[in-house]
Design a protein around this ligand. Structure first.
Ligand code: PBG
Length: 327
């Protein structure tokens, strides 16, 4: 044997598509994708979100159609966000039985229950006039414990409207326990909690705040969302949420936090989800629009990276399109 020949040749298994397919360690499947949907009250036509090409604020009817299409493409779940026509200090629309999300939940569970998992974001920022995720103290700070009572009421309203999984995203301490107790107390023991356990105070949420009209009117969320500098703290948040009864935990954003996904996935025994947030979507769409990136390839590569890091479920605005490409 020629001494210059390499003894090991990893390239042998990369030679053909069939070989690569055979040895692939990770796959993305449509049923693991979750589509976020924005439903806005009081609009006659879907309203495009400028910073998220391809994403709209839905009417109740167009949300039904988008949900149907997602289910037909094999997408595993829907995460509903509501934008009310009127906002107030306490976010009354969030737990109004006639509120936008509750109405839409009734529509979607009538159409699709059993075909796709119906989830709703549970927070107040889209519903409050000040845009914060909770009630404010007279000094203008977010009042943790008073907010928990509001979240409990929202959970019950969403459960009564047919939600299967609630996703508390406000990062209040004790929110999972408060929601679990409220759901159980009202007889909704089967409604699951997907906790946005490790949610960072991220600039990647920029476009979402246009889509959901939930930008804080003053200050920022640094007092309740996590510092991007911290990883160990994410483990603590996750441990607390699981102890409080979380059925699933989520990391958010995803791409810049895949190290957090990996650390959590190694440690816990509940499903770990990750959210490919609005800013990640917008960056790739914008670069693709300029012809600087191959949109579909980058889309699928990022989703694969989430899975490789250990995410079970991925929330992505591309869910329906990606599911079709993957089939
Ligand atoms: C809060 C919430 C936010 C997102 C999901 N839920 C925004 C925030 O915390 O400011 C962001 C999602 C995204 O950027 O795609 N209800």
């Amino acid at each position: 044997m020629n001494a210059h020949f390499p003894a090991a040749r990893p390239r042998r298994l990369r030679r053909t598509p069939a070989l690569r397919r055979l040895v692939a360690e990770t796959r993305v499947r449509p049923e693991e994708l979750i589509l976020p949907l924005f439903v806005k009250e009081g609009i006659g036509e879907p309203n495009p979100v400028a910073s998220m090409p391809g994403v709209v604020q839905h009417t109740r009817d167009s949300a039904r159609k988008a949900a149907q299409e997602a289910a037909e493409a094999g997408v595993g779940g829907l995460m509903l966000f509501g934008i009310p026509e009127f906002k107030d200090e306490r976010g009354s629309g969030a737990d109004d039985p006639g509120g936008v999300v509750q109405r839409s939940l009734r529509d979607l569970s009538a159409d699709l229950a059993g075909d796709i998992v119906i989830m709703a974001d549970l927070c107040l920022d889209e519903y409050t006039s000040h845009g914060h995720c909770g009630l404010l103290t007279p000094a203008g700070e977010v009042d943790n414990d008073a907010t928990l009572e509001r979240y409990a009421a929202v959970a019950i309203a969403q459960a009564a409207a047919g939600v299967e999984v609630v996703g508390p995203s406000g990062m209040m301490d004790g929110q999972v326990a408060a929601i679990r107790a409220a759901l159980d107390g009202a007889g909704y023991t089967d409604v699951a909690v997907l906790a946005y356990a490790a949610k960072y105070a991220s600039a990647f949420y920029g476009p979402f705040r246009e889509a959901a009209e939930g930008a804080p009117q003053f200050g920022d969320r640094n007092g309740y969302q996590q510092d991007p500098a911290n990883a160990v703290e994410a483990l603590r948040e996750v441990e607390l949420d699981i102890a409080e009864g979380a059925d699933m935990v989520m990391v958010k954003p995803g791409l810049a936090y895949l190290d957090i996904v990996a650390r959590i996935a190694e440690r816990v025994s509940v499903p770990v989800s990750a959210y490919q947030v609005s800013g990640e979507y917008a960056m790739i769409e914008a670069a693709a629009e300029k012809g600087w990136l191959d949109r579909e390839r980058v889309m699928l590569e990022t989703l694969l990276s989430y899975r490789r890091a250990g995410a079970g479920q991925i929330l992505t605005y591309w869910a329906t399109e990606a599911a079709r490409l993957l089939r």
